[in-house]
Design a protein around this ligand. Sequence first.
Ligand code: SF4
Ligand code: SF4
Length: 198
Amino acid sequence: MEDTIEKRRRLEKYFDPKGPFASLRLAQMRRSWKQANRRELNWWENSYLPSVISGIFLTSKHFFYNVTFHILHLFGIAKKTKGAVTYQYPENPRPLASRLRTRHRLMKREDGSPRCVACMMCETVCPARCIEITAAGHPDPHIEKYPAEFILDLGKCVYCGFCVEVCPEDAIRMDTRRLDTAEYSRGSMVYDKKRLME
Ligand code: SF4
Ligand code: SF4
């Protein structure tokens, strides 16, 4: 019974002409009306020529606009108006912002071993659950633990940077300036400790 009353209340709120859903309902009605009254295309529209012509017009417009401004810039004119720029990736990669988070790396100590102390903070904080650490006792008595294995699945990572921020040892960074992590299989996107330290 309570469910029915609640449902009715919600419906009344939805259909209230001055309620918060009024504009949404109007848009839905307009869309349904358009769908129901969709007219047949005439022979001219069916030939696709209007669409082809408008496509060519739009492409040409952008082409001539950009060419004109790039030529003017060569002579030092109209510098404030920018023309479109195409980066010839991968030969000419786009400049990256200095604070951009890029592929992870594990920092090393002077002897080449990982700086990570396997505290599991990054694994715990990771919202995508893409870090998996296997801790082991460190041979050096001054260091409690080290990661016997450190797995990071870049296929799941959302590049939030939480792992970097939370690390007490500055052992993981996202400053490799590498974004081209595309692979042919999901498995190849799983980075182990060796790959992360390269
Ligand atoms: S960047 Fe975010 S999602 Fe990626 S490993 Fe670090 S904490 Fe997880
Ligand atoms: S937070 Fe830092 S020290 Fe701790 S497990 Fe992660 S990388 Fe290692």
